[in-house]
Design a protein around this ligand. Structure first.
Ligand code: GLN
Ligand code: ZN
Length: 736
């Protein structure tokens, strides 16, 4: 019997670790309290896997914050500013690196490959003094052993560690990160020796950077560092070509193959029959006894335990498997290889797969027909759903109607959400307050937000999104084809978790979703009120997406649903409609060779949403990420009338793309100040930034706005900041 799990969620089935961490950070509980919660979670995970029958059970996949930061601690690579003086790294240094402290900011955080997990980026320089400063891997191994579980300690591999790092300030240009390999390998050797001495017979080195486009020397470094291994583990779900490569090229003789057939990223139950046939074909390649069933990646990217989903209906539930259920799937597959097939379990799985394939809840013929018809009709006409009139002419037509001043001011959508407001939504959801009470509370909030904006003299208003808890959930709850979990949390960073909606079926929009509130808000003011929607690509990228059809197919369906909403808003008299694509860039595939295809359907999906509106209807979009330069042509290709973007980190970088001669004719609002900072920028400071932008961009396309929503901000900060923003715009108008 051979089964293996790459890694497991740390947060706990009810986010126990989150609450323990936050209480510790708030000074409400002790380090011992925190350590106890952590130890209990680890123990229960090991016990669960060992009882399920998993042979290779991971350890050291637990983390108080992040596994890359754990590796930084292991290597003693603490940046100088944290004033660490040596010895074993404790909570205080560790959490200072993760979150900053009263005097020093945190280390940078960035996305882990194409997941929604964020890791703490190591900062290295030739002066970094490496030392073995965290014995976590060894102590976790011993801890499991004391509980009677022999585990496989998991380490972030040395090459991936370096390639995920950044060069410290001052050596950005001169440092080749891989040149530090010789400095960190001795510490890895110490760790390995200590693990061996403690009794470990297997150690897992994760080298995920191998999935990227590596330069020849990077690839060579990885292969050299892997040359002595006994087994190779591959993701056979995401890496669509890996299976064929193994089948055709084989693996070095005598080595084990850990075949990652059970998807670690998603929440779908495995198609066990399909996996079994893959495994059988691999067994023929690597030989009996050398094949181990595994997950495609660490299960930390999926939800924890389906058992806690008491509200999900049983049909949908039968299609799902969270981490705890995936452990059982892996084990069941492993047992078959050993000649022990649990027939009842396999039969139940086959029945669930069949029900998923044939359920009318998944396959909505009407939706499919409408989609095919829409796309085919366009293809026949050679249309790619681009508005017929070019953007400059549209802007003129819109301006005639909207009559905006130059450098129009606006905000991104949400206004601060008070405790009271959250309570109202919660009480409405559990039917503690009536539809009328809820409606009047939201109406009151909208009118407050409208009044504030009028007083501030903002030009294009928003209703403030008080009825929305989350920009994807709000739409998912009203679209068909979506399901929501109660506890399907996935770690995003540190103690932060997200609960992605599950898209299980063909998506359609039974009823208008935002028209009621937007019209109500527009009726309160003579100024233009933006309708506010989340775009299809963002809804897709922030959900668990069905795996039984290509992603673009699901995206087009969402796009058609949003298109209906756009048209209903327009018919309702809304003249400016913002379709947020906060996460468009985030969906970019890891391999460059796949970028063009993704950008093509993603941008096309966006265009579908608004290809049917009149020239006089102004379409805005908003994007959250600061690195646009490499996808600027796709952004232009979205053909929005106005784009507002986050550029908090660097105006320079953003503007350089225009300086380099990219022609941009649509409206653009690079956020004039950083939403994440608590500081209130002065009028002069904002005016200064706007002037810098005017040096590069045409006066008549520039907008003045903040760089993201204000949902988590406080009015005490928002009001003075917006006051200064409007004052800055007015100041510059007088100077032009
Ligand atoms: N309209 C959304 C808001 O203002 C956009 C949020 C986002 O970009 N993440 O909250
Ligand atoms: Zn944003």
């Amino acid at each position: 019997m051979a089964s293996h799990i790459v890694g497991y969620p740390r947060m706990g089935p009810k986010r126990e670790l989150k609450f323990a961490l936050e209480s510790f950070w708030d000074g409400k509980s002790s380090a011992e309290d925190l350590e106890k919660v952590a130890a209990d979670l680890r123990a229960s995970i090991w016990k669960q896997m060992s009882e399920a029958g998993i042979k290779y059970i991971p350890s050291s996949t637990f983390s108080y914050y992040d596994q890359v930061l754990d590796t930084t601690a292991m290597l003693g690579a603490v940046p100088d500013r944290y004033s660490w003086t040596g010895g074993e790294i404790g909570h205080s240094t560790y959490f200072s690196m993760a979150r900053g402290n009263a005097t020093v900011p945190a280390m940078e955080m960035t996305k882990w490959f194409d997941t929604n997990y964020h890791f703490i980026v190591p900062e290295l320089s030739p002066a970094t003094k490496f030392s073995y400063a965290s014995h976590k891997a060894v102590s976790e191994y011993k801890e499991a052993k004391a509980l009677g579980v022999d585990t496989v300690p998991v380490l972030v591999g040395p090459v991936s560690y370096l390639l995920l790092s950044k060069a410290a300030k001052g050596v950005e240009k001169s440092l080749s990160l891989l040149s530090l390999l010789d400095s960190i390998l001795p510490i890895y050797k110490e760790v390995v020796a200590e693990l061996k001495a403690a009794g470990a017979s297997w150690i897992q080195f994760d080298e995920p950077t191998l999935v990227k486009d590596l330069a020849a020397h990077e690839l060579a470094a990885t292969l050299t560092s892997l040359s002595g291994v006994t087994a190779y583990g591959f993701d056979l779900v995401r890496g669509t070509k890996t299976l064929e490569l193994i089948k055709s090229a084989g693996i070095p003789s005598g080595k084990y193959l850990f075949a990652g057939v059970v998807d670690g990223r998603y929440i779908w139950a495995d198609d066990l029959a399909a996996s079994l046939s893959t495994l059988q074909s691999l067994e023929a390649v690597v030989g009996k006894g050398k094949l181990v069933v595994s997950t495609s990646c660490s299960l930390m990217h999926t939800a924890v335990d389906l058992v806690n989903e008491t509200k999900l209906d049983s049909e949908i539930k039968s299609w799902l498997a969270f981490a705890a259920q995936k452990v059982v799937e892996v084990n069941a597959l492993g047992k078959v290889l050993a000649g022990l097939k649990d027939e009842a379990y396999f039969a139940a799985n086959a029945a669930a797969q069949a029900s998923r394939r044939s359920s009318p809840r998944v396959n909505n013929e009407e939706v499919q027909k409408a989609e095919v018809h829409f796309l085919q009709a366009a293809a026949l006409k050679g249309s790619d759903h681009r508005r017929a009139t070019p953007v400059s002419a549209r802007l003129d037509a819109q301006q005639k109607k909207l009559n905006l001043p130059i450098l129009p001011t606006t905000t991104i959508g949400s206004f601060p959400q008070t405790m009271d407001l959250r309570r109202v939504r919660r009480e409405y959801k559990v039917k503690k307050i009536s539809e009328e009470e809820y409606g009047s509370a939201i109406k009151e909030e909208i009118s407050k937000v409208v009044k504030i904006q009028e007083e501030l003299d903002i030009d294009v208003l928003v209703h403030g999104e008080p009825e929305r808890n989350d920009m994807v959930e709000y739409f998912g709850e009203q679209l068909s084809g979506f399901a929501f979990t109660a506890n399907g949390w996935v770690q995003s960073y540190g103690s932060r978790c997200v609960k992605p909606p599950i898209i299980y079926g063909d998506v359609s929009r039974p009823n208008p979703m935002t028209v009621f509130w937007s019209k109500m808000a527009q009726d309160m003011t003579p100024r233009p009120m933006k309708g506010m929607l989340t775009g299809p690509v963002t809804i897709l990228n922030w959900s668990f997406v069905r795996n039984d059809q290509p992603r673009f197919e699901t995206c087009y369906q969402i796009a058609l649903a949003i298109k209906k909403e756009v048209e209903d808003l327009e018919a309702g008299g809304i003249q400016v409609i913002q379709i947020d694509e906060a996460a468009l860039r985030e969906g970019l595939p890891l391999r460059k060779s796949e970028h063009a295809f993704y950008l093509d359907w993603a941008v096309h999906s966006f265009r579908i949403t608004n290809c049917g509106v009149q020239d006089t209807t102004q379409i805005h979009t908003h994007m959250c990420y600061s690195n646009f330069n490499d996808i600027i042509h796709s952004i232009i290709n979205m053909d929005a009338d106005v784009i507002t973007i986050e550029n908090s980190r660097s105006d320079e970088k953003l503007l350089s793309v225009f300086r380099e001669g990219v022609t941009y004719g649509a409206g653009i609002g690079p956020g004039v100040y950083d939403i994440h900072s608590l500081r209130i920028p002065s009028t002069e400071e904002i005016a200064d930034r706007v002037n810098k932008m005017l040096a590069v961009l045409d006066t008549n396309i520039l907008w003045v706005n903040r760089d993201c929503g204000l949902k988590t901000r406080k009015y005490t900060e928002v009001k003075p900041a917006l006051t200064n923003m409007v004052a800055a715009a007015k100041l510059i108008r007088t100077q032009l």
